[in-house]
Design a protein around this ligand. Structure first.
Ligand SMILES: [Zn+2]
Length: 477
């Protein structure tokens, strides 16, 4: 590898999270539905059908493009991309060719803590094809997916390794989710990647013939396919026969290899022409401005703000900003209490309990208000940190009740009454003469076992600070 560098670009297809399909009123959620039950004459491509662009899908596509830093020209249009394939009942795909809804953006990704800029060539809108299932000699067709709205996001060839490509794809996923344009659920096929890979001598600036690996449907396959392809092309180069024609490849996940499907199509092969059934798309500049204002704070900006505002480690800031809902939750708790307690209660306790319960932050039984109340109970000394993070938290998770209510019901309040603590301490001194002797000889470590004895007897409810003070008082230290 040392003499060579990889040049990688990605095309990402992400399903727009609109209610209905791109050009008809069919439900945009076909997941788990019986084959060919979520279709109509429009998405089946019947003769005479009239596609109508989905305004919600256009708005979500444009907002995604804005979040990727793209320019939004006021004028764009849809085109027919002609090719014949059984999963495409129209004989063409409705896509955007020379006047897409957006172009020329840029995002930043984090690779090993370093920021890197990746150019976005364009984001355009199109509809998806159906699904073919091959069984023995038969092929089954399901058109439920046909007409599903897609954003195709094309990157510049700015990535140099599979790690960067994976980081880029994950960043795009995060951004699309933040802006609410796609759920990007990989399991449901809502996000797929085509990776273009070529190799050149280090220091060269030319672009050599690419191989495009189609339809990678997981981050793991994306990384594996790119690594395989880089190695394959280097071998060809070293054998004196560099890869020199544009090719389209498929990836075999089981075997971990790529296979050549065909030489790569050029735009001319698709005989693009303007879609005659759909009026050209003109978006009012005022509308563009309004949409721009609605784009939320993006993950990288939030990440940097969290580092600064909450004094977090990089890994923590990254963790909280992976998901906008988690980021909001953390921020609300941190602002109402303090970042250190928020970090401890959200980042370790809550997240672990949610994971164990198979839940996410969005369906957390513990609300931000309840968690804030819990932290306040600890800080004012009503309950011990220990109780807050164990029995009381468990009870909040299972009952959904407010912590104050549970503390009263279950008698979990910390014992801060000096009379009761004194009784516990006197009993501990009487029961542990050796520890008392050690402390008198200056072995302060023995204090731990005395405090431990009180905590045990009081079921963790004695205020530890007071326990320490009262021991010192009783022993005249
Ligand atoms: Zn339909």
């Amino acid at each position: 590898m040392s003499d060579f560098e990889a040049v990688i670009g990605l095309e990402i297809h992400a399903q727009v999270s609109s209610k209905t399909k791109m050009f008809c009123g069919c439900d945009n959620d076909s997941f788990g539905k019986e084959a060919n039950t979520n279709v109509c004459p429009i998405c089946m491509g019947f003769p005479g059908m009239l596609p109508v662009p989905n305004e919600e899908a256009i708005e979500k596509g444009v907002k995604a493009a804005m979040a990727l830093g793209c320019n939004i020209p006021p004028h764009s249009k849809f085109d027919r991309k002609n090719y014949f394939y059984p999963d495409l009942p129209f004989g063409y795909q409705i896509s955007q060719f020379d006047e897409p809804v957006s172009e020329k953006g840029e995002i930043e990704i984090l690779v090993d803590g370093e920021k890197k800029k990746i150019g976005i060539t364009r984001l355009h809108l199109e509809n998806d094809a159906g699904k073919l299932t091959h069984t023995g000699n038969d092929t089954l067709l399901d058109y439920n997916r046909s007409g599903t709205p897609l954003m195709e996001i094309v990157s510049d060839p700015d990535m140099r390794s599979s790690v960067e490509a994976k980081e880029y794809a994950e960043t795009i996923q995060k951004i699309l989710r933040y802006v609410g344009s796609s759920d990007c659920d990989m399991e449901k096929g809502m996000m797929r990647f085509d990776a273009s890979v070529s190799i050149r001598k280090k220091g060269d600036t030319n672009l050599n013939a690419r191989a495009e690996i189609k339809n990678l449907n997981s981050f793991r396959s994306l990384e594996a396919a790119i690594n395989y392809e880089i190695k394959r092309q280097i071998k060809l180069w070293e054998a004196g026969a560099p890869h020199n024609i544009e090719q389209t490849l498929s990836w075999d996940d089981d075997r971990g290899t790529t296979q050549i499907m065909r030489t790569k199509e050029s735009a001319a092969d698709y005989r693009y022409f303007p879609e005659p059934d759909i009026p050209e798309l003109d978006i009012d500049p005022e509308q563009i401005k309004n949409w721009q204002d609605e784009v939320p704070e993006l993950p990288m900006v939030k990440y940097e703000r969290f580092l600064k505002d909450f004094n977090l480690q990089e890994i923590e800031a990254r963790f909280y900003t992976e998901d906008s809902k988690l980021a909001e939750y953390f921020e609300e708790v941190a602002k109402a209490t303090n970042p250190k307690s928020a970090n401890s209660f959200v980042g370790t306790i809550l997240i672990k309990r949610l994971k164990d319960a198979g839940k996410t932050i969005s369906d957390s039984p513990v609300t931000t208000a309840q968690l804030i109340e819990l932290i306040q109970l600890v800080e004012e000394g009503t309950i011990s940190n220990n109780v807050a993070k164990s029995d009381l938290f468990d009870e909040m998770m299972s009952s959904g009740k407010n912590p104050k209510e549970i503390v009263e019901e279950k008698g979990m309040a910390q014992v801060s009454d000096s009379g009761s603590i004194k009784t516990y301490c006197e009993a501990a001194l009487a029961a542990n003469p050796q520890a008392v002797e050690d402390i008198k000889n200056g072995k302060m470590k023995a204090m731990g076992s005395l405090v431990g004895a009180v905590m045990k007897e009081s079921k963790g409810q004695a205020n530890p600070k007071m326990v320490n003070e009262i021991f010192k008082e009783l022993m005249g230290l």
